[in-house]
Design a protein around this ligand. Structure first.
Ligand SMILES: *Cc1c(COP(=O)(O)O)cnc(C)c1O
Length: 374
């Protein structure tokens, strides 16, 4: 049996190596390293795949969030509602721009923010609602939209590329539900490149033009600066990789979903585990397969599996409201107890496109053995 990895990027690459190598070599020979034809092509491919109005690529997922906020013209002190249980980058960009991150607690079963708490947190300074589709499953967008009072919604789609959500009887791709969707092509993400990359999906055409300028030094045309922007670009080589990988995204998604179903079936009888809840309104793309381990056994289970050659990860061990960088800047709503509980219970098992039946069997057998002996 192959060594088990959290994400097996090497073997995924080996399966598409010829195509990727050929595309990169060809691109190197054209020597158009920045904003060449491959960058334009991947933007078009994403637009076609996810049925977006506009797609703008950028340097990484954090920049995508930063650009989306820049485009909204907020003032210092304006509030942005975000879930307390998310990767730090979501909080960081808001704070970095001098806006106030208003953290609200998440739902214990879905790990995502819920509309009721969003409604309670809304105030006269609320300018943006920024839900995160954590682990690959969409947040409760219909309840968020219902209470949003037309406040713009920016979706953090970094973990949910290719996920869909059922809104008003229609399946919509994550990133197209709110005003702007921000995604990341970090290597381990569901659509990842071999370095940094990101993109924005933008509903409104004028806003899309503005974001394109903001990502390119605020230039409308070369050397004409109309806005104060940044330099954030996807590069050609990363675009080459993404063009090959997006062709396989449905296959990759289904492989992750099959691995998740395998875990569900094998682990469902363990009473000390809570398996990932599946919202019938979202097709979970399983960026992570995250267990909740009861009775304080999470760390013991992690250590046990480690000894058996099975890596696991805790996404994320420390709540954002307890991070030194953010704790004095954020505004807390409520006690954020669910976030704290989750940080102590969660454990993500390996999930990726290259997991074999024998690897899955082995992982599940070891988890079952742990709970038999402990
Ligand atoms: C990965 C991630 C980001 C940041 O993306 P980068 O490409 O690493 O900058 C933002 N939000 C969430 C939820 C993420 O998982």
């Amino acid at each position: 049996m192959r060594k088990i990895e959290m994400v097996d990027l090497k073997n995924q690459y080996l399966n598409i190596k010829d195509k990727i190598d050929r595309k990169i070599s060809k691109s190197l020979l054209t020597s158009q390293f920045i904003q060449g034809e491959n960058v334009k092509k991947i933007e078009r491919k994403i637009k076609e795949k996810l049925l977006c109005n506009n797609v703008i690529s950028c340097g990484n997922g954090t920049d995508a969030l930063l650009l989306s906020l820049l485009a909204m013209d907020l003032k210092k002190g304006d509030e942005v509602i975000i879930p307390s249980f998310t990767y730090g980058a979501t909080v960081e960009v808001v704070a970095f721009l001098g806006y106030t991150p208003v953290l609200i607690d998440v739902d214990y079963s879905t790990f995502n923010i819920n509309g009721n708490l969003v409604e309670e947190a809304l105030g006269s300074n609320t300018k943006i609602i920024l839900p995160v589709h954590l682990y690959g499953q969409c947040a409760e967008m219909d309840s968020i939209i219902k209470v949003s009072k037309n406040i713009p919604i920016i979706e953090d789609v970094a973990q949910a590329f290719n996920a869909q959500y059922l809104l008003n009887n229609q399946w919509i791709y994550a990133g197209n539900i709110g005003n702007i969707g921000c995604t990341s092509f970090f290597p381990s993400k569901n659509l990842g490149c071999y370095g940094d990359g990101g993109a924005l999906m933008v509903k409104d055409d004028e806003q899309a033009k503005k974001i394109k300028m903001l990502a390119n030094h605020g230039q409308s045309t070369r050397y004409i600066h109309d806005l104060i922007g940044i330099n954030s670009r996807l590069d050609e080589i990363q675009a080459c990789i993404l063009i090959e990988k997006i062709k396989k995204i449905d296959d990759y998604t289904s492989k992750r979903q099959k691995a998740a179903t395998f875990y569900d079936n094998a682990l469902k009888s363990i009473t000390e585990l809570i398996l990932p809840y599946r919202n019938p309104k979202s097709n979970h793309v399983f960026h992570q397969y995250t267990l909740k381990v009861k009775n304080d056994k999470r760390d013991q289970l992690k250590e046990f599996l480690q000894k058996k050659g099975i890596p696991t990860k805790i996404y994320y061990p420390i709540p954002n409201h307890k991070q030194n960088a953010y704790k004095n800047i954020i505004k807390k709503t409520g006690d954020l107890k669910i976030t704290e509980q989750l940080c102590s219970e969660i454990l993500s098992l390996p999930i990726h496109t290259e997991l074999s039946k024998s690897q899955l069997n082995y992982i599940c057998d070891q988890v079952i053995t742990f709970f038999k002996v402990k």
